[in-house]
Design a protein around this ligand. Structure first.
Ligand SMILES: [Zn+2]
Length: 287
C-alpha cells in the first residue's frame, strides 16, 4: 500500500513537473500554424474511430487532467518546500562534517605539540646532563646554543597548542550553532513531510483512479492529437485544451463568440473544431 502510494506520488510529480515546470517556456502552439489545424483535423477524421467518439475521449482526458491539476494544487508548495528542506539539511550536514574534521585536525595538532614538548624536554635533560661534563668554552657555547634552540622549539609547540585550543573553542561554537540549525531544519522537514503524507494519503485512491483513467484515455488517442493536446494545455494558464460551449454560443476557454457555422460543426460532433481565438479544441458540451 505504502509503495503504491509513493509510486502514484512519483508519477503525479512527474506529471506535475511536465506541465507546471514549463509554464514560463514559450510554447509553439498549433494556433501559430493554421495548416497544423487543418492537417490535424484531416488526420482526426481519417481515422477508423468515429470523430465523435474521439472527441468524447479527448473531453474525458481533459476532465481527468483537470481533476489531477486540482490534486496537484491541493498539495500546493509542499513538495517543493520538502525538496528545499532536504537540500538545506544536506548542506548543514556537510557543514557539520567539515567542522568536525577541522576539530579533529586541531586535536591532532595539540597531540603533535604535546609530543614535541615531551621530546624537547627529554633533549633538554640530556643537554643539561652534558653541561656538567663540559671541557671547554667551545663545548659550553655549543650546548648552550642547543638548549636555547630546544627552549625555542618547546615555546613554538606550546604556542601551536594554545592556537589549536582557541581554534577548537570557536569551532565548537560554530558546531553548536550548526547543530541547532540542523535540529530546526529536521523538525520543519518532518512536519512538512507529515503534511504532505496526509494529503497524499487522503487523495491516494482518487489519484490512482485518475492516473489509470488518464492512461486509458491517452492510449486511445493518436500520437499527433496527443501532442497537440499537450501543447494547447501547456500554453494555457488554466491548462484547458478541450472545452465545451459556454452559454450556447461562446468558447468555454476564452469566452469569444463562436461563428454560427462553427457552432453547427461543433454540435454535429463529427468534426474537430478548434477555437480561432485561443486554439482550444471545442466539443459539444455545456461549459
Ligand atoms: Zn477560445
Amino acid at each position: 500500500m505504502k509503495s503504491a502510494k509513493i509510486h502514484t506520488f512519483v508519477v503525479l510529480e512527474k506529471y506535475n513537473k511536465f506541465y507546471m515546470a514549463k509554464k514560463t517556456k514559450t510554447v509553439e502552439t498549433p494556433i501559430d500554424k493554421r495548416e497544423t489545424f487543418v492537417s490535424l483535423g484531416k488526420k482526426f477524421a481519417d481515422s477508423a474511430d468515429s470523430v465523435s467518439e474521439k472527441l468524447e475521449i479527448l473531453y474525458q482526458l481533459q476532465l481527468t487532467d483537470t481533476a489531477i491539476d486540482r490534486l496537484v494544487r491541493l498539495r500546493g508548495e509542499l513538495p517543493l518546500e520538502v525538496e528545499t528542506l532536504e537540500k538545506d539539511l544536506e548542506q548543514i550536514e556537510g557543514k557539520i562534517a567539515n567542522i568536525n574534521a577541522a576539530i579533529d585536525e586541531q586535536t591532532n595538532a595539540i597531540a603533535r605539540g604535546k609530543a614535541s614538548i615531551v621530546e624537547g624536554e627529554a633533549m633538554l635533560e640530556k643537554y643539561k646532563a652534558q653541561e656538567n661534563q663540559i671541557q671547554n668554552s667551545r663545548e659550553y657555547d655549543a650546548i648552550n646554543k642547543e638548549i636555547e634552540n630546544q627552549d625555542l622549539l618547546i615555546q613554538i609547540a606550546q604556542k601551536r597548542i594554545d592556537e589549536a585550543k582557541n581554534a577548537i573553542v570557536s569551532l565548537k561554537e560554530r558546531l553548536e550553532i550548526a547543530t541547532e540549525k540542523k535540529t530546526i531544519i529536521e523538525e520543519d522537514l518532518a512536519a512538512k513531510r507529515a503534511d504532505l503524507e496526509t494529503i497524499v494519503e487522503s487523495t491516494a485512491k482518487e489519484e490512482e483512479a485518475l492516473m489509470a483513467k488518464r492512461k486509458s484515455c491517452s492510449a486511445q488517442i493518436d500520437e499527433r492529437t496527443k501532442i497537440a493536446y499537450d501543447r494547447i494545455r501547456e500554453s494555457n494558464s488554466n491548462h484547458l485544451a478541450v472545452v465545451g460551449v459556454y452559454q450556447g454560443n461562446a468558447c468555454g476557454g476564452c469566452m469569444h463568440i463562436i461563428p454560427p457555422q462553427r457552432l453547427v460543426e461543433i454540435q454535429s460532433g463529427n468534426k474537430l473544431v478548434i477555437c480561432e481565438y485561443c486554439g482550444r479544441i471545442l466539443v459539444n458540451k455545456e461549459q
